[in-house]
Design a protein around this ligand. Sequence first.
Ligand code: SAH
Length: 351
Amino acid sequence: MKKTLLSSLSKKDLFSFIETLGEPKFRAEQIWEWVYQKKVHSFEKMENLPKALREKLCESFSFSSLTLIKKADSEDGETVKFLWELPDGKRVESVLIISGIRRTVCVSSQVGCPAACAFCASGKMGFFRNLSSAEIYDQVLGIDSILKEKGERVSHVVYMGMGEPFKNYDNVLESIRLITSEDRLGLADRRITVSTVGVIEGIEKLSNEGLKVNLVLSLHAPNQMIRKKIIPYARKYPLEDILKAMDQYHRKTGRDITYEYTLLQGINDHPDHAFELSNLLKGKQCTVNLIPYNPIPGMRLSRPSGKEIKAFRSVLYGCRINNTCRYTKGVDIAAACGQLAYQDAKFGISS
Ligand code: SAH
C-alpha cells in the first residue's frame, strides 16, 4: 500500500484519520506534538501511543517524500551537499551552507531548469518537472533533522538550487507557507530568500502575498542586449519591465532588493559595464552581489582574474553602489552556485 506523506496532512486531516480508526481525539494531539513540537520522525519513538496505533501509523504514513541517497562534505566543512531521491526515482540536490551561526539551506524547486542560462549547470541538464511543495519543504525538514542531532537548526532558506522558483510558483509559495508555519518549521519569512531569473508575473504575485520574503534578481548584465545573449528568458521578460516589478516589490514589502551578477570574463566584467550597471541601479535601495563565475566542465566561459574583479568593484564603490562578492564555497563537491545538476560521477567526491 502506498503511504501518505504525513506532512501533507493538516491538523484537521489528522483528527479525521484518528477518528476513523475509532481512537480518542487526544491521540491526534499527541501525534501532532511529537512531529511538530518535538520534531520526532519515527512512530516507534512516540512512547505514549499504544503499540497497535503506532503500527497502524507506520503502515499508513511516511515522514518524507525524499530518500537521502548521499551526503558530501566540503573539505573546509562549510558546505554539505545532499542528494535526494524523489518518489518517481528522479533526483535533486540541496546544499547546507555553514557560516558563523547561520545554517542556510539552498533548496531546489524543480528537477532541471527551463531557464537554460549560458553559464549554469542546471539548465544544461534540461527540464524534467516541478517539485511538489512537500518535496521542497522536505529538503529543509530533512536537513533540519540532521542538524538537530548536533543541537543545531536551519536558520535561513534560499531558493537558489536547481530550477526557476517562479516557474513553479504555487508549489514554491506553499513550501514557504510550510517553512514559516508555526506548526511546522516556524522560520520567519525574513529569513527566506527567493532568487529569480526575472519572471515578472512571479515577482508581481509574490509582492501581494503579505510575506516579507527577500527577493533576488539574477541580473548578470548591465543592459538588455548582453542579458539576451546569456539568458534565454530575457527575450520574454525585458529588463526594463523586470526592474519596474522589482521596484514595486520593494515598495510593497519594504524589503531591500539584491541583484545577483555572475562575472563572466570578456562578457559582462569590463569597468564600462560596471558604470552602466551603476547607472541602471542608481537611486535604488539595493545591493549587488557579485559571483565570479564557477567553471562548469564543457563550457567555454571563464572567471575574471582577481585584478579584474577588483577593478569592477572599485567602479561600483565610486558610484556608491552597495556590493558584496560571494566567495565560492563547496567547489570541491560541486556545490557552488550554479553547479547543481545531478550527475552520479560528480557526486560524493568526499562523502
Ligand atoms: N533560477 C533562479 C535560481 C537558481 S540559480 C535564478 O536564476 O536566480 C542561483 C544563482 O546562481 C543565480 O543567480 C545564478 O545566476 C547563479 N549561477 C548559476 N550558475 C552559476 C555559475 N556557474 N557561476 C556562478 N553563479 C552561477
